[in-house]
Design a protein around this ligand. Structure first.
Ligand code: MLT
Length: 206
């Protein structure tokens, strides 16, 4: 078995204080790191174990979870490779820390890789909260999400993600059998208090 220090991604792990709750996989945005979303995770899912990897791709020194060719234009070969790598990390981390399948909580680039993992390696995740996510793959494979709970929170004034793109992501995940709740908030690409409130209520039902 791989030990916690041998895991493929640098990461932070915060053990559960409420072990009955699903662990949370925190996935930061471009330029973030493994520390960024820990306070958010503690706020929206108090007591849950937090597993927070750092993206392994660097763009001008900024960590990300996959390569992009331009803002919103992805290197899909790298999306596939990195989503598989992240799913392998989750598998190994589950064994190392003794965890059940986590629910992903991803923001922006982290939400996009979470969507890619759902479509490529659905067994890796028990569900997902996708904050400001877009379609990660133009031609996603056929997959069965078996009613996995998925919350998508989009911003009506998001300058990076067109509304049409977020709507397409909702359709792809619904068509794949996900139990998708998609809401559009009066917000831009950045998170607002409403994101925190809605995500917290959603996690409280899990
Ligand atoms: C991405 O590259 O994943 C999206 O453009 C969001 C971002 O990280 O800015």
């Amino acid at each position: 078995m791989i030990s916690t220090t041998e895991l493929s991604h640098p990461h932070r792990y915060v053990p559960a204080t409420a072990p009955d709750k699903s662990p949370i996989l925190l996935l930061h945005g471009t330029g973030g790191d493994e520390n960024d979303l820990v306070p958010l995770g503690q706020t929206v899912a108090p007591g849950a174990a937090l597993l927070s990897p750092r993206g392994k791709v660097l763009e001008g020194g900024m960590p990300r979870f996959f390569r992009r060719l331009a803002e919103g234009i992805f290197d899909e070969q790298d999306v596939r490779r990195r989503a598989n790598e992240l799913a392998d990390f989750v598998h190994d981390a589950r064994n190392a820390y003794g965890l059940t399948a986590p629910i992903a909580l991803g923001f922006s680039n982290g939400a996009n890789i979470a969507a890619a993992v759902l479509l490529l390696r659905p067994e890796a995740l028990a569900g997902s909260v996708l904050l400001r996510a877009m379609v990660p793959l133009m031609d996603p494979p056929q997959v069965d999400l078996h009613d996995k709970p998925i919350l998508i929170l989009s911003g009506s004034d998001d300058s990076i993600i067109p509304a049409e793109n977020a709507a397409r992501l909702e359709s792809i995940l619904k068509d794949a059998g996900g139990a998708v709740d998609h809401r559009t908030l009066p917000a831009g690409h950045g998170l607002t208090q409403a994101d925190v409130t809605i995500a917290k209520a959603w996690f409280a039902q899990r």
